[in-house]
Design a protein around this ligand. Structure first.
Ligand code: 0GY
Length: 306
């Protein structure tokens, strides 16, 4: 066994003892955006990765799931594992029906490899346009992948910076599957929620029936995690953005923790506090049930009991 790679300098490890959330997640809640990192000794990271994380394996993910009162997970292939989906698939299989996966694949993937991933519980692929995380993939390669996964009924998860949407929007509109966007399209939350950038994003969502992950307030926030007036109400500058998406698209929003929280260098969120963020963006019991249970169930476990 070769020596293990050290973590990227400044890397913050995931939060060890998350607080007990004040907000009670409804039964059947899905954490629709989380990852596994290794463990490296068992599942080595990809040579082309842009960062080396701490370990964050399936056992720790399932422990967090149970602690927060989550029922199911959607495990998204992290870029540190490249297109080697082994760790993610191992976690999805180990969850025994309580997890689905989103893979990263290359355009030359065969039909039988795709069918194996599908049988394991994979339901989509991720196209990543964030340059600090991956080198650019040619659009033709992505179109080839999209054509291959569409017949399986899979969807495509898009991760991009808000400033890049105008350039990418035409390509996104050409994709033949359902589209799901990570982290609300990464808005610049110092701009107004009804300003041109976020309004353009919402028009893209409307015009293309896009699903939106109302995730990562800790990643988008400039104000940070400070509580307001002694109330557990962190990441307040992100609330209007999440609130607007949930209000306008209640049937196409998803929630997730993003555990183990790659590439955060300023602070690491308390996952319990992330749960307590939910009722500020989904304010009614109906909005909460759709965001946390009904929507992810219809996308990832259609026809199954909550
Ligand atoms: C996220 C966000 C990030 C990283 C990744 O796969 C990844 O490496 O997704 C990020 O650094 O913004 O969704 O976890």
């Amino acid at each position: 066994m070769s020596a293990l790679s050290p973590k990227t300098p400044g890397w913050l490890d995931w939060y060890q003892n998350p607080s007990e959330p004040t907000f009670r997640l409804p039964p059947g809640t899905v954490d629709a955006h989380c990852h596994v990192f290794g463990p490296q000794a068992e599942f080595p990271f990809a040579p082309e990765r842009k960062y080396t994380p701490c370990d964050g394996g399936k056992d720790e993910l399932f422990a967090l799931r149970d602690r927060l009162g989550v029922a199911r997970n959607v495990i998204v292939q992290a870029t540190c594992h490249g297109a080697d989906n082994t760790a993610m698939v191992d976690a999805v299989r180990a969850a025994d029906g309580r997890a689905r996966g989103i893979a990263t694949v290359r355009p030359d993937i065969s039909e039988s490899e795709l069918l194996d991933l599908d049988a394991a519980g994979v339901r989509g692929v991720r196209f990543n346009f964030v340059r600090r995380l991956v080198d650019a993939s040619p659009a033709d390669d992505l179109s080839t992948i999209a054509k291959k996964v569409a017949p399986l009924g899979w969807h495509i998860v898009l991760y991009f910076e808000s400033a890049d949407l105008p350039e990418l929007e035409g390509f996104f509109g050409s994709l033949p599957t359902t589209l799901v966007v990570d982290h609300m399209g990464r808005p610049d939350v110092t701009q107004p929620v009804d300003g041109p950038q976020f309004t353009r994003f919402l028009r893209f969502v409307e015009d293309n029936d896009v699903w939106v992950k109302v995730t990562c307030p800790e990643r988008l926030s400039v104000a940070g995690p400070a509580a307001l007036d002694g109330e557990q109400r962190a990441y307040t500058d992100v609330v209007p953005f999440g609130r607007r998406v949930v209000r306008e698209f209640p049937d196409r929003v998803l929630w997730g923790t993003d555990w183990p929280h790659p590439n955060l260098t300023d602070h690491m969120p308390d996952d319990g506090l992330l749960v307590d963020h939910v009722p500020h963006v989904a304010v009614t019991a109906e909005e909460q049930r759709k965001l946390l249970v009904d929507n992810p169930m219809s996308l990832y476990w259609p026809g199954e009991d909550r």
